[in-house]
Design a protein around this ligand. Sequence first.
Ligand SMILES: Nc1ncnc2c1ncn2[C@@H]1O[C@H](COP(=O)(O)OP(=O)(O)O)[C@@H](O)[C@H]1O
Ligand SMILES: [Mg+2]
Length: 222
Amino acid sequence: MISVRDVWKTYRIGEVESIALRGVDLEVPGGTFQCIVGPSGSGKSTLLHLIGGLDRPDRGEIVVMGAHINEMGDDELAGFRNRNIGFVFQMFYLVPRMSALENVELPLIVRGVPRRERRMMAREALAKVGLLDKADRKPTQLSGGEQQRVAIARAIVSDPRILLADEPTGNLDSENAQIVMSIFRDLVGIGITVVLVTHNVELLKYCDRTAHMRDGKIVRVD
Ligand SMILES: Nc1ncnc2c1ncn2[C@@H]1O[C@H](COP(=O)(O)OP(=O)(O)O)[C@@H](O)[C@H]1O
Ligand SMILES: [Mg+2]
């Protein structure tokens, strides 16, 4: 489903170079919950961004669902990303004035999906994260864990095959972190491939496979 081969990435700020990835290899089979764990600065977010086509490697190959994403032009890559990949971040990035339902509908508005179909799809996505009963609440009327679940619903509303999550429990207490992890588990159960980055080793029990990163390399997979 996802294949990363000898990927390198260096960031430059003025004269200063920082090598974020030093030859990363990773294979993620379809329908698995793949976690990536490692200390801060080890290159986890960089790797996730490259897999999601948000940035490009300096060297190496990334194949997602059979597509060589680094050989695509910018527009083709953006289209591929919108159709196939959902993103969840540590921050929820919900629109405060909009209800949970309206927030989940947003990506569908951008895609020009008609209103009735949009409503139906957004309600379906909210049901998958167990929040249908709070569809009309504004973000401030929801707990942090519930806000992240709305963000997950927004990420899956267009039916992506792959969900990429960067420290999605970083702002949550341990109880809500567990709830969010079991939602990812459920999504894997309905066929979505989840790649999740965390530095919290307590959450690894939810994952099928774990890649351990250090200094821009994967040092162990289990
Ligand atoms: N946009 C950027 N510009 C410059 N350096 C960056 C940028 N993003 C990440 N880095 C550097 O790359 C390395 C890996 O960062 P990152 O992938 O964010 O690690 P992690 O997510 O594991 O904390 C770090 O040394 C970081 O400072
Ligand atoms: Mg990071």
